[in-house]
Design a protein around this ligand. Sequence first.
Ligand code: 9MR
Length: 447
Amino acid sequence: MTLTAKSVARAALVSTLVAAAAGAAVLAASPASGAASTLAAAAQQSGRYFGTAVAANKLGDSTYVGILNREFDMVTAENEMKMDATEPNQGQFSYGNADRIVNHARNQGKRVRGHALAWHSQQPGWMQNMSGTALRNAMLNHVTQVASYYRGKIYAWDVVNEAFADGSSGGRRDSNLQRTGNDWIEAAFRAARAADPGAKLCYNDYNTDNWSHAKTQGVYRMVQDFKSRGVPIDCVGFQAHFNSGNPVPSNYHTTLQNFAALGVDVQITELDIEGSGSTQAQQYQGVTQACLAVARCTGITVWGIRDSDSWRASGTPLLFDNNGNKKAAYTSVLNALNGATGTTTPTTTTTTSSSTPNPGGCTATYSEGEKWNDRFNGQVTVSGTDNWIVTVTVSSPQRIIATWNTSATWETANVMTARPNGSGNTFGFTISHGGNWNWPAISCRVA
Ligand code: 9MR
């Protein structure tokens, strides 16, 4: 990460905390439209996504693909992007099945969560037998190669999966990767950032849902430490595999909110809840509402489509039955998403923002927008006055190539002056980045 981005990231944390304290005044709720009839459309009303795990070998199943295409707008490869699948022999990469999923998703206008770059499990045989520097270097090379191959196509990567121990220790899980040194996780994150600067980088784990559990606290301390030292982490994934022995905790919202307050997005990444009928439906509703209540909970992914697609099919943990019919749990999730009016609302792609308080009486808050290979969107919201002048300065070779909801003039090729054009106090722009992903500098004054 560059110096500019680092300093902005510090401001982002402050801004997020201010937003939380102000009841998410910055990330204000947008008006809900009429009830949506699919999970994706319902989630989009509050700027979120609704995703599913997908298996490449089911892409020929028309019932499966029909539900996938209709209901979901985010896709995670259930197994096809794991280390054993993508690097079966050291230095030989294999992307056939992963590509089938990525291409299907993108052709359908869906985004992709990458899962997972580094994990103690599902390692190829050659890696399982490695240790020390050789293993560390092999892991980093894997992260670099895979994240580079998919550069620009991944919304968020699970960079490291399941690195904390279960039980009361709150510490790391023993593994060959852990034995290469405690810094293996941050090394993986740095390699992933260098390889794909546009992807959000997540730590992903299970049994981290209950705020009072030692494992949750251990992951929290790691994320807190990473943020304080500038290790590039953007999000935390909560797998959320629930059953009667591991029920949805009553403090789930607290857990999501506390992580979000560290300045990261939170996502529910592998949701399934064993059970049936109204009990299961209520638990699904509770998880959905917990996410909706946290501004930085940007989306929910269920771990499969029909019960029969699940890794634990006998527990009937998903939203569609074996025949592809909607279950009560489906309806409760859809209704919860449709009832999102008044809950805190991120814009879909807003993960971080920075504010420039101005003694002259206005504040401009920058939010990240969508990213592409060659360009990215940004948005600025002004508070404190309706009569503002905002200066947006981009750094070479960046160029602002489009604007909306503002009247713009250029001082130099790199400095744009934005004024109201009657569209309110939020405006946006597209920056052609030329490989420079730094945020623009924003300043505000009253006209
Ligand atoms: O659903 C996946 C199943 O098909 C695989 O056999 C299994 C192998 O480890 O992984 C399952 O997915 C896991 C995910 O990658 C990480 N979190 C737990 C998931 C369920 O076991």
